[in-house]
Design a protein around this ligand. Structure first.
Ligand code: ADP
Ligand code: ASP
Ligand code: MG
Length: 412
């Protein structure tokens, strides 16, 4: 029997009524003859609440205990969800990440999946049960509970869809699809019907919180079609899928804003081979995830090394650069955490010119100063002051017609 994976985010299972509504989606799929595997997140804002509870008792809790605690949110959801299904006459069984052998590395609070057991899932599906799996969590090889990073249930869902060979993974959420930008910030954002893995991967990594970026990596690698749709409305959502040539006709598919960011600058480090390697090896040892790096030579002897990171890594990153400062002969370290990054993304950039100019002109007209610029083949990102960030996003969206459906956008 064909398997479908359905993932329900926190808002979609926030209370009993919403769990019943989500259960109805599952029952519809069962009635259509599918074997259904459900991944669920913690209810409502429960993960935030668990973090607040922890901080009330310890301002600097260990990452291991945080994972142990945070993983409980999704465990509650899946057992409640199973009860709702059973009450409606649909046999169901819930599992924690550990129970289905979701093995991860040992990087607490941002672990990566290494392998997933499928025996338990298949056994239960074969008995005609709906299988519910707690999202966002796994276990390292020593049996410690780990979590995959905020928003990580998406990754659990797509990874499970991949190992089960499910042809589609449905992501049920509080928006009815992927929009050109976060509709909470730019209300006129247009809905996207289809988006390529690469574009969505960039958007997710650049702050489009609607999907966890690792989920898209799994989707791309294992060819899982990801369908992002509304848990409350019966509309078609957005399909995240393989790139097709027509996708290049659209210059910019989406724009993002990333706020929880910090910039660290190592000013006047010795300009000699090995210094960048040393710096980033040290940061990697501290498990700091680096977003972008800009190195500029200021003279034969000296260079500046700038990089951006998420604010959650700021404490570790600061400590790491302080430790290595003298070895690099660094004159000064600066840290800014009042910044935000505005990016535009589109596979069409490969085939069109003038995209950067359009973005920078729009920002100039809105009198937004650009702190630094980074690019890839399919994206352009500008660091701006946090206070200008929303204005900058809106300006850029209007410049690229991201308030209009694809057919009505300017071709260049
Ligand atoms: P869930 O709890 O279901 O995982 P999330 O809050 O993680 O839901 O993701 C849904 C939210 O993502 C939306 O409410 C929306 O505000 C935000 N979002 C950010 N960027 C986008 C985008 N480009 N398209 C749609 N939603 C977006
Ligand atoms: N509950 C976790 C979070 O709030 C994981 C998720 O929702 O995907 O980040
Ligand atoms: Mg989410």
């Amino acid at each position: 029997m064909a398997i479908v994976v359905q993932k329900f985010g926190g808002t979609s299972v926030a209370d009993a009524e919403k769990i019943r509504r989500a259960a109805k989606r599952v029952m519809d799929a069962v009635d259509k003859g599918f074997s259904v595997v459900v991944i669920a997140s913690a209810r409502g804002k429960q993960t935030d609440q668990l973090i607040a509870d922890a901080l009330e008792l310890n301002p600097d809790p260990s990452a291991r205990e945080m994972d142990q605690l945070m993983s409980t949110g999704e465990i509650q959801t899946v057992s409640l969800f199973a009860m709702a299904l059973e009450a409606a006459g649909y046999p169901a069984i819930s599992f924690t990440g550990t129970q289905i052998k979701m093995v991860t590395d040992n990087v607490h609070t941002k672990a990566r999946i290494k392998s997933i057991g499928t025996d338990e899932i298949h056994n239960e599906l074969n008995k005609g049960k709906v299988v519910l799996i707690a999202g966002f969590q796994g276990t390292d090889s020593n049996g410690n509970v780990t979590t995959l990073g905020r928003g990580g249930s998406d990754t659990t869902a797509v990874a499970i869809a991949a190992v089960l060979g499910a042809h589609e993974c449905e992501i049920y959420t509080d928006v009815d699809g992927i929009y050109t930008t976060d509709p909470r910030i730019f209300e006129q954002a247009a809905k996207i019907e289809k988006i390529s893995y690469d574009e969505m991967l960039e958007m997710a990594s650049l702050g489009a919180g609607v999907m966890h970026s690792r989920a898209i990596e799994f989707g791309k690698k294992y060819d899982v079609n990801i369908h992002v749709r509304s848990s409350s409305e019966q509309t078609e959502g957005t399909l995240i899928t393989k790139e097709v040539p027509q996708m290049e006709d659209v210059v910019v598919s989406g724009a993002t804003i990333q706020k929880d960011m910090a910039e660290i600058g190592l000013i006047g480090v010795d300009n000699k081979p090995g210094n960048a390697a040393k710096t980033f090896a040290h940061l990697a040892k501290a498990k700091v995830v680096i977003n972008d790096i800009v190195q500029t030579e200021i003279s034969n002897e000296k260079a500046n090394l700038l990089f951006t990171i998420g604010t959650s890594d700021l404490k570790d990153a600061k400590k790491a650069v302080e430790e290595i400062k003298d070895e690099l002969n660094c004159e000064k370290i600066f840290v800014r955490d009042d910044i935000a990054q505005i990016s535009v993304v589109g596979v069409g950039m490969r085939a069109h010119y003038g995209v950067a100019e359009k973005m920078f002109s729009a920002l100039a007209q809105a009198e937004v100063n650009i702190d630094s610029i980074t690019t890839s083949e399919i994206r352009i990102s500008c660091i701006v002051s946090e206070k200008d960030a929303k204005k900058a996003l809106k300006t850029v969206c209007l410049a690229f017609d991201l308030d209009k459906p694809i057919e009505k956008r300017a071709k260049k």
